[in-house]
Design a protein around this ligand. Structure first.
Ligand SMILES: Cc1cc2nc3c(=O)[nH]c(=O)nc-3n(C[C@H](O)[C@H](O)[C@H](O)COP(=O)(O)O)c2cc1C
Length: 168
């Protein structure tokens, strides 16, 4: 059966080792593309209808508000079903200790019965936070494997870690 990499990522302003910098491609997207090279898996982006602000501080305020409200932001095009996949790599940045809320929307959309979920999370120091517990709570039918934490500012050097982790 085929494998899928589903990821959320945001470009523009972000913190890199303590400094705000604008980037054209987000850290998780870079990690997801490296993983595609390694595994040959299909790639799909999790994208909210209303994009987060390019401004870092505004984006943090939006993400905090969504978390407080336990929001489920609407998504742009997503696969109709994940029936053809038995393994789904799930990539996201750590937002306020867990996944961005659009990833919650994505997970609630599908039946993960009999599927394996492999989470990878880019972050600036908090690791996976409580994201893996959240995934297990939302997808009790899935086999949720140990996640891979990647330091976002250092994502260019994550190839070897991704290779080892993807081989299990
Ligand atoms: C809204 C927001 C909240 C964040 N919260 C955390 C956090 O709680 N802990 C952490 O280590 N990093 C946090 N970060 C940093 C991101 O997780 C990190 O920069 C990540 O690599 C960004 O991925 P992306 O470029 O794919 O969007 C946050 C960044 C943003 C924009």
């Amino acid at each position: 059966m085929a494998e899928l990499i589903a990821y959320f990522s945001r470009a523009e302003e972000n913190y890199f080792n303590g400094k705000i910098k604008a980037v054209e491609v987000g850290n998780t997207q870079k990690a997801a593309e490296m993983l595609r090279e390694i595994t040959g898996a299909d790639l799909v982006r999790i994208e909210p209808v209303h994009a987060y602000s390019d401004d870092y501080k505004e984006c943090v305020a939006q993400a905090r508000e969504e978390l407080q409200k336990d929001a489920r932001p609407q998504l742009l095009d997503c696969p109709g079903s994940l029936d053809g996949y038995d393994t789904i790599y799930l990539g996201y940045p750590n937002y306020c200790g867990t996944m961005p809320m659009p990833v919650f929307t994505f997970l609630e959309r599908y039946d993960f019965g009999g599927k394996t979920l492999k989470p990878f999370c880019t972050n600036e120091g908090s690791g996976m936070g409580r994201s893996v517990q959240d995934i297990r709570r939302i997808c009790p039918q899935a086999k949720v494997e140990e996640g891979l934490s990647i330091h976002g500012s250092d994502v260019e050097h994550a190839g070897e870690a991704l290779r080892r982790w993807s081989r299990g």
